[in-house]
Design a protein around this ligand. Sequence first.
Ligand code: FEO
Length: 403
Amino acid sequence: MYNIQTIAPDIVYVGASDRRLAKFENLFPIPRGVSYNSYVILDEKTALMDTADASVGAQFLENVAAALNGRGLDYLVIDHMEPDHAAMIEAVLLRWPGVQIVCNAKTVPMLKAFFPGDTAAIDAALLVKEGDTLELGKHSLSFVMAPMVHWPEVMMAFDTATGTLFSADAFGTFGALGGSLFADEVNFERDWLDDARRYYANIVGKYGVQVQNVLKKAAGLAIQTIAPLHGPIWRKDLAWFLGKYDLWSRWEAEDKGVVVLYGSLYGNTSSAAEAVAAQLGARGVANVKVMDLSVADVSEAVSECWRASTIVLASPTYNGGLYPPVAALLDDLQSLGLQNRTFALIENGSWAPMSARLMTAKLEGLKNCTVLETKLTVRGALNAAQDADVAALADAVAQTVKA
Ligand code: FEO
């Protein structure tokens, strides 16, 4: 059964949600599923804004046909070529053979790579660049190039008639949509913000400079609605969510707060990490989050590193190196380019503790990050004789969030 909703005058949501996929990009756990958003604009000309993942392909095609209600499809606007949005391009070309692709010059080689059988349609594409417009009738799409948010060919389309910004991956989030398509119809801060941050940090986090460039362009548009390719659509409180994106893309902490992330083989390193967390609580530091890196997915830990201003890392020494889940997190933080954080370290080593030195070496690659000189060294198990060491580390960490 088709499943469509009008989200603004003449603009129909034709996307669909997948609640069966375990991991987005076969990498990021999505227990709440994910939506692949797509939109049809019905005007003198009709336009389809991106397609969908193959997993929801049948539903998507049924939705597009229902939205068109017997009309033809004039344009397929391709804002992003990643297969979670582009997988159904060939199916759309086959079903609506008169359709003209609208994309930019960087999209063309990707189209030919992914769809080598569709050269004629690709060669007939209408190529647009920054500031070009596509007239549909009452609606006029103005194109905003957004390279590396999150691939080089990404662009956004702004409908001047309704003030709708089709924002591609930007402002998207993990999570399947229920019947409520708008962020103001759900409790976004309570139920979606963590997944939005996790999506941003892990998918787009590396490209903060490029996101900042797009935010500057967006500031010049009279945006009424943000229609992303994943997750809820924004028509209220846009400034609140734009503010989150501004912080995230400048690698500024969302909260002046602490997250404690530990690896632990037998519970001794976790015991030390929990002791420090308890002492932070005793010093009035609110909302200290503690995560076991062997249990939490690394994408959740990355998201917490985007949220908190101070990160306490605890790692056993393992085969003379770092405990693998801790090393994996640090590698991710390096490749995503986290900046502007304070780190505090807890190391454990039954005979030769060296994880603090190894963590410090990895953290040196992060811009504008500080590693506190005060550290806690555990040799096997923390003991009462080290109460002063725990207190000293807690004092130093508490100072960073109270300063
Ligand atoms: Fe949702 Fe970069 O694709």
